[in-house]
Ligand binder design. Structure first.
Ligand code: ARG
Length: 458
């Protein structure tokens, strides 16, 4: 017999049961559901809505049940539909009809809202920790390879050299904003929905503040319709997670590129790479590839929930049950991705020999040569054109800018002297960019110190 079976004349069709049940995935909320029920029962007793003895029986029953669930001793039943009704049935089996008093003044609509708030609160903590772990991995690599210079790109074409540390730290700042987004989400999820009932509140003299205090919420939903219909905090979870995945996916793409023989800037640790069943020589960057690939499903969950919510009338509609699997899959995708990326970054080798050789036939010092001409009095636009011609000449002569003789340069710019060659090395080019936030070692030192503070390394 269904908990809500009173007004029904026949059993639910099997397909309907399977289609509407959520226990296969919302069993994950069991611990939150029990914690919420214990707080609710304590409040009911404190307010005299149930007796103290009844309260004690219910709370003891729930506590024992929580332990058995935790220990994996409980099997949930599909015909109990969802976690809330499974828990109530299990409690009834254990303590008898008094269990039926637990649901006084409560609906599954405010109950499931509470469970999801508690879930989000937990995953925010886990995600913040995981972000920090990756920030630390990047910051540590930045510090350990502080002297390493890499070609910087625009349009994936050589642009200007930058410190490898500068490149890694760029991701640390993206992740810093990700942390801020999760902190904001945490503040928005800090609202207690229980007491909204099905949609309109309850006729019992409940104390919502007490439940909030018990469960560590600082705010109450002020509107019962909003309390049972709000899924904004889940949209925020999915958006903040999608943004993390965007960052991880961009970094993944770079690791995939950098680990090719064509680039050869990094070598992934064997334990973070995989092989081929056919080609004995292969070492594949499966982890970054999969992180890049899994970004799609997280974006999909965000768009999915937006679509579920659009056009839903107030208050609860069964459509809202569709909020869960996407949220669960999102956190199951994002948190491991952060940890795996941290491991990949800390364990990889930087191929400094290859990076040093990378600048041999390189024109990423062309801006500096133009800037040099500007200092000699040539207007920048003219300097740009002159250096452009020199680049063309150097390409024709199979050399680089430093390979052009001084006499040749002086044909165009008489004032140019021998010291021009000093500014053309990658390290000079990098050292020259001392503007705040620039790639000069002096500027990056400052940045590194700040980044270490933000990720708890200082
Ligand atoms: N399993 C449901 C969900 O996740 C719980 C709330 C059901 N409420 C209802 N009136 N059917 O949304």
């Amino acid at each position: 017999m269904k908990l809500w079976g009173g007004r029904f004349g026949e059993d639910t069709d099997d397909l309907v049961l399977k289609y509407t049940a959520s226990i296969s995935f919302d069993n994950r909320l069991a611990a939150y559901d029990l914690a919420g029920s214990i707080a609710h029962a304590r409040m009911l007793a404190a307010c005299g809505i149930i007796s103290a003895a009844e309260g004690r029986e219910i709370i003891d029953g729930l506590t024992a049940l929580a332990q058995d669930i935790e220990a994996g001793k409980i099997e949930f039943r599909l015909d109990d539909e969802d976690i809330h009704m499974n828990v109530e049935r299990l409690l009834t089996e254990r303590i008898g009809p008094v269990a039926g008093k637990l649901h006084t003044g409560r609906s599954r609509n405010d109950q499931v809202a509470l469970d999801m708030h508690l879930f989000v609160r937990d995953v925010c903590g886990e995600t913040l920790d995981a972000i920090k772990t990756l920030q630390q991995a990047l910051t540590t690599q930045a510090e350990q390879h502080f002297e390493v210079i890499i070609p910087g790109f625009t349009h994936l074409q050589r642009a200007q050299p930058v410190l490898l540390a500068h490149h890694f730290l760029a991701y640390v700042w993206m992740l810093e904003r990700d942390k801020q987004r999760f902190q904001t989400l945490l503040a928005h999820a800090d609202m207690m929905p229980l007491g909204a009932g099905a949609l309109a509140g309850t006729t019992f003299p409940i104390d919502r503040q007490m439940v909030a205090d018990e469960l560590g919420f600082t705010q109450l939903y002020e509107n019962s319709l909003d309390a049972v219909s709000d899924r904004d905090y889940l949209l925020e979870l999915l958006f903040a997670s999608s943004t993390i995945m965007t960052h991880l996916s961009r970094l993944s793409e770079e690791l995939v590129l950098w680990s090719t023989e064509e680039f050869g800037w990094i070598e992934l640790a064997d334990r973070y790479a995989t092989g081929s069943s056919m080609m004995p020589q292969k070492k594949n960057p499966d982890v970054p590839e999969l992180i890049r690939g899994k970004t799609g499903r997280v974006y999909g969950h965000l768009l999915g929930l937006f679509t579920v919510l659009k056009g839903l009338p107030l208050a609860y509609n069964k459509d809202l049950q569709e909020d869960k699997e996407g949220a669960f899959d999102t956190v199951d995708t994002v948190i491991p991705a952060l940890h795996l990326m941290a491991g990949t970054i800390s364990s990889m080798q930087i191929r400094t020999d290859r990076l040093e050789a990378a600048f041999a036939h390189d024109f990423s010092n062309a801006t500096d040569l133009a800037d040099h001409l500007v200092r000699l009095g040539v207007p920048f636009r003219e300097a740009h054109a002159i250096v452009g011609e020199w680049v063309q000449t150097a390409i024709g002569r199979r050399t680089n800018l430093a390979g052009l003789p001084l006499a040749f340069l002086q044909e165009k710019v008489a004032a140019i002297g021998e010291d021009v060659y000093d500014i053309l090395s990658p390290s000079s080019v990098v050292r020259a960019r001392q503007s705040r936030g620039g790639t000069a070692p002096s500027a990056v030192q400052l940045q590194l110190a700040l980044a270490k503070e933000r990720c708890g390394l200082a």
